[in-house]
Design a protein around this ligand. Structure first.
Ligand code: AP5
Length: 213
């Protein structure tokens, strides 16, 4: 199963990706997580990506496309993959579609999570993450057992640097301009699965798996 997961910032892509990847036994590849890891490790890619991410802008297509194609060429992707946060521009989608065609690995589905913007802002403002293991919580809907402390390793939870209100607005504007057009792109390709992503994480997961069955 080869899937891309679309949706605005905070729609729940990361939350849903874990369960879908587990269900199909495929790797979950999040470009946002990979960039954050590179930023944390101070790699050359991370140094280039950081300024764009901090402003809520997209990392340039040329950096992202090569990075993803290298990643899915690895052995663990031979039976499929789930891409979370890629593609998010028309040039990324076109380059990726051509790559998949050339390698004869057609995309099975582009799952699009639909969430109203007031709910998105609420979900993002409540998100807290563990800097050590990457676990994601939400102070409103999925709080840790002890306040601001990771259930898994006891680390102090943090708010992502791009989750501040002014940066979130830029990310939403960038989504409308650059990423929302992918819904029509994948509709034309015949692989779109639009999902009403309002509801508990489990309810949304059931809707996704039913649409993909
Ligand atoms: P990225 O990390 O991909 O961020 P994003 O797309 O903005 O998405 P988020 O991670 O904010 O949200 P999500 O949809 O995963 O929601 P989550 O599951 O956490 O990208 C960050 C940056 O990296 C970009 O701005 C860009 O600079 C760069 N980048 C990445 N990919 C790139 C690319 N391809 N090209 C160029 N640049 C790129 O959920 C949010 C919160 O809501 C959580 O607290 C969660 O617990 C809660 N929640 C989730 N689902 C539910 C539910 N059903 N009910 C209640 N609460 C819920």
């Amino acid at each position: 199963m080869r899937v891309v997961l679309l949706g605005p910032p905070g729609a729940g892509k990361g939350t849903q990706a874990k369960g879908i990847a587990e269900h199909y036994g495929i790797p979950h590849i999040s470009t946002g997580d990979l960039f954050r890891e590179n930023v944390g490790q101070g790699t050359p890619l991370g140094l280039k990506a950081k300024a764009y991410m901090d402003r809520g802008e997209l990392v340039p297509d040329s950096l992202v496309i090569e990075f993803v194609e290298d990643r899915i060429a690895r052995d663990d992707c031979k039976d499929g993959f789930l891409l979370d946060g890629f593609p998010r521009t028309i040039p990324q989608a076109e380059a990726f579609w051509d790559y998949c065609t050339e390698k004869n690995i057609p995309l099975d589905a582009a799952v699009n999570l639909e969430v109203p913007s007031d709910l998105i802002v609420h979900r993002i403002s409540g998100r807290r993450s563990c800097p050590k293991c990457g676990a994601v919580y939400n102070i409103y809907t999925n709080p840790p057992k002890a306040e601001n402390t990771c259930d898994h390793d006891g680390s102090e939870l943090v708010q992502r640097s791009d989750d501040k209100a002014e940066t979130v607005q830029t990310r939403l504007d960038v989504y409308d301009k650059e990423t929302a057009p992918l819904i029509d792109y994948y509709t034309d390709k015949g692989v779109i699965k639009n999902i009403d992503a309002v509801g508990t994480p489990d309810e949304v997961q059931q809707k996704i798996l039913a649409a993909m069955a």
